[in-house]
Design a protein around this ligand. Structure first.
Ligand SMILES: [Zn+2]
Length: 590
């Protein structure tokens, strides 16, 4: 029996959902989805059955033609409400009719202005971690897996996609009805759909990309390596269990880097850099097909099992494609980001632990680099203790033995002790998994490319700027590492000099812009402002825009203009980005 999930009202002792047959009618004018679900359980159930909802209107609960009694519990701001069906009396299923609200946190309704093409509206979901309950009633815990089928009725000029197998569509007057089937069982957080003006390009026999028509050429070129990556990943982790691996390039206002929705990864368009330099993001989302989607954390307290393992897998794919030096360089950058996050939380605080009690805590509020990078360091430490051949066998078996299952940290420890007893004894599991801060025996990540960056940083401290020819051959990751380690405030003439050295005006890597603009603003390099505004009007990814807005709000020369700059572009941004920036500006008192 899985542990009780602190983020769900569901009680798996009552039974669990095995399949849902959905019908959704979408309405852009009212920003609602009207839905019906026919739920099938794993066994006939007696007594009450509990589901999660949050800000969702339940219209009716039925069994066949008869209504079933149901009630709602008190409304918790994080968990929402318990929907209790009073008594299933031996039934193995029920039907629920429901309607989403415009404020549903999983549903992002974009105006045409917020898309790349600017002509059609767009809808997409983001259910991780606990937003699925705002779209349909469910046992919203990653420990419950179900298959589904769905029929989605949308305006006739738009295309619907889901993280599922498409079964085609039918034109019906002013609407189109798309059908989908998800044959592999998923936890609720991997339910995903998107609707917009979309086109498709094939990349390989099992891979392809969906995007707005204006991006099709660029996307097909940027992602040409996807089939090769899939083959590399299979070499490391075993067969790909989801049949297809397609990518969906999101509109510019997409607030995240990527989301590993099964069969259909959602990706930020900022990845389209024109040089295939940001493919590590695809490697990460692809790796989730094994670690996360196939072997899943049982609760959000075990999130490192998803993200630490996926960061490990991502860097193994990068190592196979680019060599160990490049993978270690990225590991150095990641560890640096992790330390920044730990210092922000406080080195002794709970969010620096890989596992801690999250009862009463919104899991989204404690997401940081810690589960990714501390989890990664822990796994590399284990790999080095066991030796790579033994660890590779362990990884294969770990994935094979837990396919389509959800496990806890404690399940992992038990499995590790059984399969790699010596490594398990040689490492301090308590310190790595449950204690705050960062253990002393963390593995180093030697990288010649990283050393080259460190040398230039040392030179800079000594008063010597790098020359253009010193960095001409640097990779995207090296430039990022250099910018990340530079002080946030420099003499303004150094910013003016670094600008052409890194070819910033022509550079298309927005994560470089984000770092360089932050430093430039704080250093008083005011000439950068038009470029800053161009970035902030075009890109919605929180990771890119938040540090720039923060710098603008905290620096005396730019402070008076940041509010009006933001208001000029507010309509183009996603509600998550808007909320983050509003918070930054409020905290800075502007
Ligand atoms: Zn991830």
């Amino acid at each position: 029996m899985p542990p009780r999930d602190p983020h769900s009202y569901s009680d798996l002792g009552q039974g669990s959902i095995r399949h849902i047959d959905f019908q959704f009618l979408m309405d852009f004018d009212s920003r609602t989805l009207s839905g019906r679900g026919a739920y099938e359980l794993d066994r006939p159930c007696q007594g009450p059955f509990d589901l999660d909802i949050r800000g969702l209107d339940v219209i009716a609960v039925r069994s066949g033609q008869g209504a079933l009694d149901w009630s709602l519990g008190p409304d918790d701001p994080i968990l929402g409400q318990r929907l209790r069906i009073a008594d299933l009396a031996g039934r193995q299923g029920f039907d629920i009719e429901f309607r989403t609200r415009p404020s549903a946190s999983a549903l992002q309704w974009l105006t045409p202005e917020q898309t790349g093409g600017r002509l059609h509206p767009y809808l997409f979901t983001q259910c991780q971690p606990i937003h699925a309950r705002t779209v349909f009633p469910c046992q919203d815990s990653p420990s419950v897996r179900f298959t589904y089928s769905a029929e989605l009725t949308v305006p006739s000029d738009l295309t619907a996609v889901m993280a599922a197998a498409g079964l085609g569509h039918r034109q019906d007057g002013h609407t189109r009805r798309f059908r989908f089937r998800m044959p592999q069982p998923i936890p609720s957080y991997l339910f995903a759909l998107a609707v917009g003006d979309l086109t498709f390009r094939e990349l390989g026999p099992r891979t392809g990309v969906y995007c707005e028509p204006g991006l099709a050429e660029k996307a097909a070129w940027e992602f040409a390596q996807t089939e090769e990556m899939l083959a590399k990943a299979e070499g490391l982790y075993g067969p790909y269990d989801w049949e297809r691996y397609d990518l969906l390039v999101m509109p510019p206002s997409f607030p995240y880097g990527g989301m590993e929705n099964p069969r259909l990864t959602f990706l930020t368009p900022t990845i389209l850099a024109g040089n295939r330099a940001l493919v590590n993001l695809i490697a990460h989302e692809l790796a989730h097909s094994w670690t996360g989607n196939l072997v899943t954390n049982a609760t959000w307290e075990d999130f490192w099992l998803n993200e630490g393992w996926t960061t490990y897998a991502e860097r193994r794919i990068i190592e196979a494609l680019e060599g160990a030096d490049g993978a270690n360089l990225r590991a150095q950058t990641g560890r640096n980001s992790m330390f920044r996050a730990m210092r922000r939380f406080g080195m002794d605080s709970d969010p620096t632990r890989l596992k801690f009690s999250q009862a009463g805590i919104d899991p989204e509020s404690v997401v940081s680099y810690v589960p990714y990078e501390k989890g990664y360091s822990f796994l590399v430490r284990l790999e080095r203790l066991a030796g790579r051949p033994a660890f590779d066998r362990f990884v294969h078996e770990y994935i094979g033995d837990h396919r389509f299952q959800s496990i806890t940290t404690e399940d992992f420890i038990e499995y590790l002790r059984r399969k790699l007893p010596q490594a398990a004894r040689a490492i301090d599991l308590q310190a790595w998994l449950y204690e705050p801060g960062f253990p002393d025996d963390a593995p180093p990540f030697p990288s010649r490319m990283g050393d080259d960056v460190s040398e230039r940083l040392f030179d800079y401290q000594e008063g010597r700027l790098p020359r253009r020819e010193d960095v001409a051959e640097w990779t995207t990751a090296q430039i990022y590492l250099f910018l990340q380690f530079l002080p946030r405030q420099l003499p303004v003439e150094d910013c003016r000099a670094l600008d052409p050295i890194f070819d910033m005006p022509k550079n298309r890597i927005v994560v470089h812009h984000s770092q360089f603009y932050e430093i430039s603003i704080r250093s008083g390099y005011r000439e950068i402002l038009p470029r800053v505004e161009a970035l902030l009007s075009a890109v919605g990814r929180v990771f890119v825009v938040a540090p720039v807005f923060q710098a603008l709000a905290e620096t005396s020369w730019s402070r008076p203009m940041v509010r009006s700059l933001f208001e000029r572009h507010r309509a183009r941004h996603h509600p998550i980005t808007v909320a983050t920036v509003d918070q930054i500006l409020q905290r800075a008192g502007v």
